[in-house]
Design a protein. Structure first.
Lengths: 287, 166
């Protein structure tokens, strides 16, 4: 099925880099490095030059912290989305929000995708996306409240739960009027999950791919990598790329990342090993 | 009227070895032009087994088709090339004799002076592909000049795309 992300379409075999652009003063990885609007625009220019097809703009960090009102969230992202839209007409713009009001506002200024990292916490979000002509990322969080950490959450089968919840959310989005080719599912590593859960989701990602919905993975520098290797933020790239390779082999389509260049190389290499992508240029032994 | 085309047996011309970028785009274009010149009728292939695959792929891409040897054949697609030892990075590494061998073979091919052919065994030692080329005297009359469409060695292997009409 062709993947349609707002005004952009992609073929079945396309893999996409979604570069994280934080409009936050406190996100875990960059600690506010792109909090200033001009710095965030520089980040967009960089990731576009590196080949990212999508930017994912977020105005609220995922971890607990100071409450950010919808008005404050909009002030962080709406004008910024409009500036990016004007500067990069062919770039897919995703906005990381769980609020329907924010989704409606960013769709009005050119957002293509609503990345609902909190799995449908606001039931009207899919309506806003449908009305705004945007795609939706349906994530699995185990039903937790936005911006909370998992605490003693357990599943009979975490993969079955992730599939059941994301597919149910996807069907809800379709029922609300989001085109089926504009619905993406995301198991949401670390969200509502301990490290063992995130490892199992990675190991069994092919089961999510088998649903037929395109799968997004967000692995970049997360705690499940850090705990697995006992490494702090800033030293998790190799572990992130190892998890990326496993997800690529299983057939994930979209990769939400801090490091675009390294992830693109891993995904292309694995896609070629899997026989889904020809080598860039092959002449050795074939002259 | 007889029409004969020579193309090199480059496996990178086969669809099963296609990458995202074509490492032999210029050669491929020359091959397809020359094969199209043979027309859309039956074509007899003169080649070794790998060369036959290349010939069939080119014919398939240009709308022609292969036929077995028959007395009435007038259209031939020959697959072969010069040495593969022309540079340090060539498949057969650098052999100082390769350039002179290819020069002699080029002269014989383009003039169709069949008596002037360099030694076949030496050529095989230099990894030249000569099975199809060795049969050219059967189908190209002595002295028929060739049109040279392509003459280069981008990967240390000597390629020609040549046409004869008689």
């Amino acid at each position: 099925m062709t993947l349609r992300l707002g005004r952009h379409t992609f073929t079945d075999d396309a893999t996409l880099m979604m570069a994280i652009v934080n409009r936050t003063p406190d996100s875990f990885y960059d600690q506010g490095a792109t909090w200033a609007e001009d710095r965030a625009l520089e980040r967009v220019a960089l990731v576009v030059a590196q080949g990212a097809e999508i930017v994912d703009i977020g105005g609220i960090k995922a971890a607990p912290g100071v409450e950010i009102s919808a008005a404050e969230e909009m002030s962080r992202v709406v004008d910024f989305v409009a500036r990016v839209r004007a500067a990069y007409p062919s770039l897919v713009i995703s906005v990381d929000t769980w609020r329907a009001s924010v989704a409606a506002a960013v769709c009005a200024v050119g957002a293509d995708v609503i990345n609902d990292a909190w799995g449908g916490a606001d039931p009207e979000l899919v309506d806003a996306a449908a009305e705004g002509g945007a795609a939706v990322i349906c994530t699995h969080t185990g039903g937790v409240t936005p911006r909370t950490r998992p605490y003693r959450i357990e599943y009979d089968d975490v993969v079955a739960a992730a599939i059941a919840d994301t597919v149910a959310y996807a069907e809800r989005a379709v029922a609300a009027g989001v085109p089926r080719e504009s619905v993406v599912i995301d198991p949401a590593h670390d969200f509502g999950k301990n490290t063992f859960h995130s490892l199992e989701i990675t190991r069994r990602l092919d089961e999510m791919v088998d649903t037929g919905y395109p799968v997004l993975v967000s692995l970049s520098n997360k705690d499940f990598v850090g705990e697995t290797l006992d490494l702090p933020v800033g030293e998790r790239l190799v572990g992130t790329l190892a998890a990326t390779a496993v997800c690529a082999l299983a057939g994930a389509r979209i990769y939400r990342v801090h490091e675009v260049v390294e992830t693109r190389q891993v995904v292309d290499m694995v896609s070629s090993i899997a026989g889904r992508r020809p080598p860039r240029r092959a002449i050795r032994g074939l002259q | 009227m007889t029409r004969v085309v020579l193309v090199p047996g480059v496996l990178a011309l086969l669809p099963e070895y296609a990458g995202l970028e074509d490492p032999v785009a210029e050669l491929r274009a020359a091959c397809l032009d020359a094969v199209a010149w043979l027309g859309s009728g039956p074509v007899e292939i003169l080649a070794d087994p790998q060369g036959e695959r290349v010939a069939r792929a080119l014919l398939s891409a240009s709308g022609g088709f292969e036929t077995g040897l028959r007395p009435s054949s007038t259209t031939y697609l020959v697959v072969g090339n010069g040495t593969a030892c022309r540079t340090e990075k060539a498949p057969g590494h650098l052999d100082e004799r390769a350039a002179a061998y290819d020069d002699a073979l080029r002269a014989a091919l383009t003039s169709s002076r069949h008596a002037n052919w360099p030694d076949i065994e030496l050529g095989k030692g230099l990894l030249a592909s000569l099975d199809g080329i060795a049969r050219l005297p059967e189908v190209v009359p002595e002295g028929t000049p060739a049109q040279v469409d392509y003459d280069d060695d981008p990967y240390g292997v000597q390629y020609w795309v040549l046409r004869w009409q008689a």
